[in-house]
Design a protein around this ligand. Structure first.
Ligand code: NAD
Length: 319
């Protein structure tokens, strides 16, 4: 078994690798070659969450699990709030193949999923990117979105405004003008990414202009919520995994309130394999409910393991 520690990941997996791996994984899911197992997610108290996301990709030859969670006290200790590890197994024998640091991989695969949705669903000429949130994931989201559209500027809102300059520094690195705005000014954006740990809606339907694409990436647990359910009711809703969207994703609220039928939610993989046209009109709102699936984690971890083998990196241990 190969151990690929967190410190090696940045040198092994690029954002482009993550984009391609997640695209392949969503397509395999849509073709029925890959499926996610039910998510286990437990509250540990004091805002801590812990759980397991797992699955089998027959086409990609991946079986495994990501164990990890969200520990809001970590930032004060100089660590990121998300901590996770990915374990890969041989799908034929069940033998452990690798243990891979999952923190950077989580950020890369989450940003990749959001960017794939933007790539396929947003207006080709979108000029203004709006970001709601400014925590650890937000910079990754901004970088990934900027790879799929030629944005002219970035506007951002965060409940804790003191966090915004760090996101502004990422925009500056990308050469993009950056402005902190109030939520009603999100109407200036053609693409909006939400990436917060909010327990209640911040972004309302009136804050979103016709024709906008939203990638809602923060809600991955029962009880979290970033946007008003009316937004989903008026949008074409896409997701990574419908079962997760209605239980732990943003759609849990609109479906629970009877404003959205689960059968109307489209897996993004259907668009990738050409079974769904995606955006149907210039004025329609498209919304990707990115809940984060175990297969995404396995896909990017497999890239890390393959590269580590090629470069003779990592720690080989007998099992
Ligand atoms: P973080 O702790 O670094 O940042 C949290 C963000 O949420 C900050 O912008 C903070 O200001 C904001 N926030 C906190 N409380 C809020 C409230 N009550 N209302 C509005 N905003 C609030 O977290 P992070 O690592 O950036 O992750 C952000 C979210 O994304 C988390 O909920 C995390 O679980 C989720 N996430 C989802 C996926 C996925 O695949 N969908 C993957 C990774 C993380």
């Amino acid at each position: 078994m190969l151990i690929v520690p967190e410190a090696l990941i940045a040198s092994l997996v690029t954002p482009e690798d993550a984009f391609r791996a997640v695209e392949a994984c969503f397509s395999a899911m849509a073709r029925g070659d890959a499926y996610n197992f039910p998510v286990v997610r437990e509250a540990l108290g004091e805002g801590r969450q812990y759980g397991f996301k797992s699955g089998l990709d027959r086409a990609g030859g991946q079986l495994g699990v990501k164990a990890g969670g969200y520990f809001p006290g970590n930032a004060a200790k100089g660590m990121i709030n998300h901590q996770s590890s990915v374990f890969l197994f041989d799908p034929d024998t069940g033998r452990p193949v690798a243990m891979v640091g999952g923190n950077l991989l989580t950020a890369l695969r989450t940003a990749a999923a959001s960017a794939i949705a933007i790539d396929r669903l947003a207006h080709p000429e979108a000029q203004v990117l709006g970001i709601v949130g400014a925590g650890h994931q937000a910079g990754f989201q901004l970088r990934a979105a900027a790879r799929v559209r030629r944005f002219e500027r970035v506007i951002a809102w965060n409940l804790h405004p003191e966090m915004l300059p760090k996101l502004g520094a990422v925009a500056a690195e990308l050469g993009l003008p950056f402005e902190a705005v109030d939520l009603p000014r999100m109407r200036e954006a053609e693409v909006i990414v939400t990436i917060t740990s909010s327990p209640a809606a911040s972004l309302l339907a009136e804050h979103v202009a016709p024709g906008t694409h939203l990638s809602c990436m923060g809600t991955d647990t029962k009880g979290k919520q970033e946007v008003e359910p009316a937004l989903l009711a008026g949008a074409t809703v896409f997701t990574d995994e419908v079962v997760q969207a209605v239980t732990i994703g943003e759609a849990q609220h609109a479906v629970g309130a009877g404003l959205l039928d689960a059968s109307a939610i489209v897996p993004l993989g259907e668009v990738l394999i050409g079974r769904h046209p995606g955006r149907r009109s210039a004025e329609g709102i498209t919304l990707f409910d990115g809940t984060g699936v175990g297969l995404q984690d396995l896909a990017v971890a497999a890239v890390a393991v393959a590269r580590a083998h090629e470069r003779r990196l990592g720690i080989e241990v007998g099992v």
